[in-house]
Design a protein around this ligand. Sequence first.
Ligand code: SF4
Length: 491
Amino acid sequence: MQTQKLDEQLALQLIPPLWKTRVQSTEQFGSFETIDWIDPQLLAEIGQIKRFIERWKADREFRKQVAIDPYNACVLYGLKVNPEDIRPKWDKNFASSSEEQIAEQFPLLKLFDQFYDQHLERAVDVGIPISSSANSHFWAWRERQIARVGSQVKAYVHREISHFTNAFELSKGCSVGCRFCGVAAPRLNDIFIYNPENAKLWREVLENMTSILGSAFQGSFCYWATDPFDNPDYEKFCADYYAITKVFPQTTTAQALKNPERTRAFLEFSKKKNSLFNRFSILSLKMFEQIHQEFSPEELLTVKLVLLNDEAEDIKAHTGRQRERNLQEGIADKELPDQGTIACVSGFLFNMVERSVKLISPCNANERWPLGYIVYDQGTFTNADELNNLIERMIRDNMPLTVRPYDLMRFREDLKYENLSDGFQLANKVKTFKFVNDPYWSDLGKMIYEGNKTAEQITQLLAAQGVLSDQTSYYLNVLFERGVLDSEPKP
Ligand code: SF4
């Protein structure tokens, strides 16, 4: 975009008056659980702030222009926002201000943050009860995975990982072919068309999974190493999903511009079904400009733009194809990369074309798990009954509620063990776990560190020292629940 100097007086005429004089109190707006009842004028203003922040994050040149002359920058980029209303978003001098201070000084920004947080950041947390499940084994397994991931990735990455419970690929491969694809999607080579046979299987799979997982199944979505809009029947699959689960799945597409009318109709459709939010992946600055031209701020209110263009502030995760590129350029795997995964499922990953299922959970990508997720188990099915048996077998094999006597007891490889006078500690760059204040911890830690004994063998050895088996069992299960025991499948 061409930049030119604009007279400040003219800028002030073009930009609306300071909103903070109009928005006196945030109390009147209450909670933003749905947006339909919010004053359209306020929504328009929120949409403009969202647009400013997207531009700020996506466009290096805009960031430079704002630093020089924020009013000019807004006018030149067609943003109907007064930069003074949202100064903390672009002025580093506010970096150390508390949320309360900012909220007090910038009430409109508080409203925006409230809206954004509720609709685009924590929508999954507030909208889907995925932490509860009819299946206690699945629920406990997920809790252990979440505990493990929380001690393996940076805090900001962990906050972003929603740990959805299921993902469904409705095609094989992806037509977009992003060079940084974090899940290294292969080329598109087959599509799960909504024909009578596939539609029947789809509905049976959804019904069976709902009956196995209960409400946790609502935390699912219908893409992975695929783009939803590669499937011409994507909307029909979503409609079935909604009819059976009563929740409309969130969608992320890199093809919002491929057929804008389809995209627009899909946004309308998902809104009617109370969809929580959708996301558009932005692959270049040109695409960013086109999205802002094609869709109005109001249309994008509950669409999060995932900024993957080179000029964006966000880093590319070291996983999948980006990891391959990094390795070729001499950037090795690190114990703690800035972001080493884009995986966001602790649960089942289906490919409906292959009729396959994997049990997965995120990890930092490495040689063994180059796509940024651990595959605990996998299998194929030909019909819904077989799928039921397969899922039940995976739950039985991988999701005990407590340590089993025959389980080999070892600490996770990424944790450094250290014996202490009254116990032991396990540490990596993210977290230090201390198990102390009881001499039995020390003996138990040493035995697990050796890595060659089962739970039963450890229980017997400690029993010979006078430790009750209940006590050993309790301690082993504390470690189990904290996610510090190695649970990765054998290579
Ligand atoms: S990042 Fe998404 S859109 Fe791009 S190739 Fe991978 S799956 Fe396809």
